[in-house]
Design a binder for this molecule. Structure first.
Ligand code: SF4
Length: 326
């Protein structure tokens, strides 16, 4: 029986951080044997937040290097840019006829995006974001999409569009389902619910140990624990949440030390920084290899785009045939 397909993607905004790893990449790496995966560099989606395209190519390469360094295997899964496979835009145009403006305006993710990014003027691209995303998924007949809870409403729109197309023409597409990422999203070093480069609260996958230490010094903790000796509450401490992810073996000891006051925040942060750097070491080593071998990275992209395009062209031919416009 053929493997079920997964479409996963990210917008290329530059080097990735540990939040990307925990929230997505770790899961993608685990899924690459069980499923047939397609990994999308969603470079057209970048236009919804920034019309300046000067850095899009370089950011795409940086992101691809982070994917490879994190363990994604380009032989198992093609990795490609959305802009290089024109069938994405063709399918998005067709799908745009199958959903009402009313439905798109009711999308709660759109409201969150407008609030989080402080968008004053909503453009058609914001409203149509889930339509293009649906084209991204269904062009490869994705059965599953690994997402966080916040993206589930988008997948529901994709299911509605797939159903509408199948009912109107002929059964062509699966109704994709969300594959929820289990570990909660990492908060930013400043305590913000989101780790994000634009908020300057990240630890990058490429950060060397000294940089990790400097960044960790600024991480927020329990505000009531002012000095070593004061009892703290790890349940409300960001650093403790990082220990739970990157230093699982020492969690009980850290919790006891924090609550009793014996462990000071500085020492606790440096322990955490060391563990994060241990975790990052093999990623940084692989990253350096790819940085030195950029031709290999470009070849991987070329190969991914060739393989992705082949599937995309087949799907569009089938769509045109089923719509009798072929
Ligand atoms: S000792 Fe560690 S867990 Fe406790 S408040 Fe300080 S940084 Fe957080």
């Amino acid at each position: 029986m053929p493997k079920k397909r997964i479409l996963s993607g990210m917008r290329p905004t530059g080097k990735l951080h540990i939040g990307h790893y925990v929230g997505a990449l770790e899961n993608w790496v685990k899924l690459q044997d069980e499923f047939e995966n397609f990994h999308l560099i969603a470079d057209y989606h970048v236009l919804t937040t920034d019309l300046n395209t000067d850095n899009v190519y370089q950011n795409s390469i940086e992101m691809l290097i982070d994917w490879l360094a994190s363990g994604l295997d380009p032989v198992k899964s093609p990795m490609f840019r959305q802009s290089q496979i024109k069938e994405h835009t063709e399918l998005a145009l067709i799908f745009g006829m199958l959903i009402t403006v009313n439905r798109l305006e009711r999308n709660p993710t759109l409201k969150d995006m407008i609030r989080d990014l402080k968008i004053d003027n909503v453009i058609y691209g914001h409203l149509g974001y889930p339509v293009l995303q649906t084209a991204d998924i269904l062009l490869y007949k994705g059965n599953y999409v690994p997402v966080g809870e916040d993206q589930v409403p988008h997948i529901e729109i994709s299911r509605e569009i797939a159903r509408r197309f199948n009912n109107q023409y002929r059964i062509t597409f699966p109704e994709p389902e969300p594959l929820l990422t289990k570990f909660a999203r990492l908060r930013g070093l400043d305590g913000n619910a989101k780790m994000s480069k634009s908020l300057n609260n990240t630890i990058l996958l490429s950060d060397e140990p000294e940089t990790v230490k400097v960044k960790m010094k600024k991480a927020v903790t329990d505000p009531n624990k002012q000095k070593k000796g004061d009892p703290g509450n790890p349940d409300i401490c960001l650093v403790f949440s990082f220990h739970k992810k990157f230093n699982t073996g020492e969690v009980p000891e850290i919790e006891n030390g924090c609550r009793s006051g014996e462990l000071g925040c500085f020492d606790c942060k440096m322990k955490c920084a060391a563990k994060i750097s241990n975790f990052l070491a093999p990623i940084i080593e692989k990253r350096k290899y790819y940085e030195k071998n950029l031709d290999e990275v470009r070849d991987i992209l070329f190969d991914g785009e060739t393989r992705g395009r082949k599937v995309a062209v087949q799907t569009i031919s089938e769509v045109r045939e089923n719509m009798k416009i072929g």
